[in-house]
Design a protein around this ligand. Structure first.
Ligand SMILES: [Zn+2]
Length: 207
């Protein structure tokens, strides 16, 4: 069975498992299992900061072709061809991607005792987060949408495409099974409302 991620295990009850997937129900420390949920969002100022990056990306494309090269210092250069002429090439500057651009956090608030739980944080949970070394986004403090008016029972589905042995072989990381449990490949979070309607609130490929 795919292990339940260690950061969730204290608040999880196994519903079922099959192949490389495990599904758990999430409950609060107080015993309640009804939550409102909220996802992080970028502020207006952050969206402004991202604009030059996305504009530059868009500008880097050309119908005559675009590509990148790496110089001897490991620096990536972006190029695009401006016309039919293969020598008509210009370098495009793409500023560094702001570190907060890909941060995804989903949290839940217990409707009974008010305790907040982080259900997923892309910087610390999942394969990429567990296996990447120098992250530049860990200091970032996310902003959130307001909590959903709807209240849900939560189910979390975890998929892990590698066995512990494959994980150790691929990454060279000889950590415990608990470490591996947080290095899952995919997560989906489902909410079941008071009418027993089940909907997917969130899912993300994490590898
Ligand atoms: Zn609670």
């Amino acid at each position: 069975m795919v292990p339940i991620p260690k950061y969730l295990v204290k608040n999880s009850t196994l519903i079922r498992h099959k192949g490389n997937k495990v599904i758990v129900a999430f409950q609060c420390d107080c015993g309640s299992n009804t939550f409102a949920v909220a996802r992080n969002k970028l502020t207006r100022a952050e969206r402004e900061l991202l604009k030059p990056y996305y504009d530059a990306l868009e500008n880097s494309l050309s119908r005559y072709g675009s590509w990148c090269t790496e110089d001897e210092n490991g620096q990536i250069h972006y190029w695009k061809q401006l016309s039919d002429d293969q020598n008509d090439v210009t370098e495009v500057y793409i500023p560094p991607k702001p570190p907060f651009a890909t941060v995804t956090v989903l949290k839940a608030k217990c409707t009974s005792c008010g305790k907040e739980h982080i259900l997923f944080d892309s910087r610390i949970n999942g394969y990429d987060a567990m296996t990447s070394e120098d992250r530049d986004d860990t200091e970032y403090v996310p902003h959130y949408n307001i909590y959903s008016k709807k209240q849900y029972n939560l189910e979390i589905c975890i998929e892990n495409d590698e066995s512990l042995e494959e994980f150790i072989e691929a990454t060279g990381i000889k950590e415990s099974e608990e470490f591996y449990s947080d290095a899952f490949s995919w997560i989906a979070i489902y909410g079941i409302d008071e009418n027993q309607k089940r909907r997917k609130l969130f899912d993300l490929e994490t590898a």
